[in-house]
Design a protein around this ligand. Structure first.
Ligand code: 5RP
Length: 217
């Protein structure tokens, strides 16, 4: 099975978690896009969606799904999003698509976070995928130096600006032994908006698509 088929299988399985009347929190990326395409078939049953990026909002609207403001809807019952890496503890690295801050906000506002991914995203330890960190532009070098002191090798994602007008540092070769502690430590650096570690609030459910079908953790 190709990675894309695995993503699609996981995304379609997540549709079973959507209930009538939900305002659904929707993530960003190619796996989330499969979920959006499936959600279009249920659009008569839901009360709209909250998007974690401008790209997702555009795709939702393209399918005729109403995009709601998080400030107007309050708590969400369900958030569905992909990941760049995931562990059996349901700790994640996210932000490959640069939408990590809004993704973390929507995840925090949601009762249940269902993470969808193809099986290749499953790892024993996080960190082979460079860890994205969203940073206020004037703090780029300051934060990069702090990340070097923590043992990482930050690379500026050049030519990319987040939906919030910030920059991304992709941190290579970090030894992420304690994801919850590292999330806290990086988030405390002045100038950091969000680190793409989702450990303090990880996924509640992990749906992995692969050759032998879909596995739920
Ligand atoms: C975007 C994300 C995505 O969920 C992550 O990059 C996975 O993307 P894809 O589904 O395309 O593999 O965190 O910021």
């Amino acid at each position: 099975m190709s990675q894309d088929k695995g993503k699609q299988a996981a995304a379609l399985a997540a549709l079973d978690h959507v209930r009538t009347g939900d305002v659904v929190g929707v993530g960003t990326g190619s796996t989330a896009n499969h979920f959006i395409d499936g959600l279009a078939k249920l659009k008569g049953r839901i009360d709209g969606a909250v998007a974690s990026s401008e790209a997702t909002a555009e795709r939702l609207r393209g399918h005729g799904i109403e995009v709601r403001e998080l400030n107007d809807v309050g708590k969400l019952r369900l958030y569905v999003d992909g990941a760049d890496e995931a562990t059996r503890h349901r700790h994640l690295i996210k932000g490959g698509g640069g939408a990590l801050t809004r993704e973390k906000i929507v995840a925090e506002a949601s009762e249940t976070f269902v993470c969808i991914a193809d099986r290749s995203k499953m790892v024993d330890r996080l960190g082979a995928f460079p860890l994205p960190v969203e940073v206020i532009p004037m703090a780029r070098s300051l934060v990069a130096r702090a990340l070097v002191r923590m043992g990482g090798e930050p690379a500026w994602r050049t030519g990319f600006t987040t939906d919030n007008g910030n920059v991304i540092l992709d941190v290579h070769n970090l030894d992420i032994l304690d994801p919850v502690e590292m999330e806290r430590e990086i988030n405390q650096l002045p100038g950091v908006v969000t680190v793409g570690l989702f450990a303090r609030r990880g996924a509640d459910l992990l749906i992995l698509g692969g050759d032998d079908g879909v596995e739920t953790i």
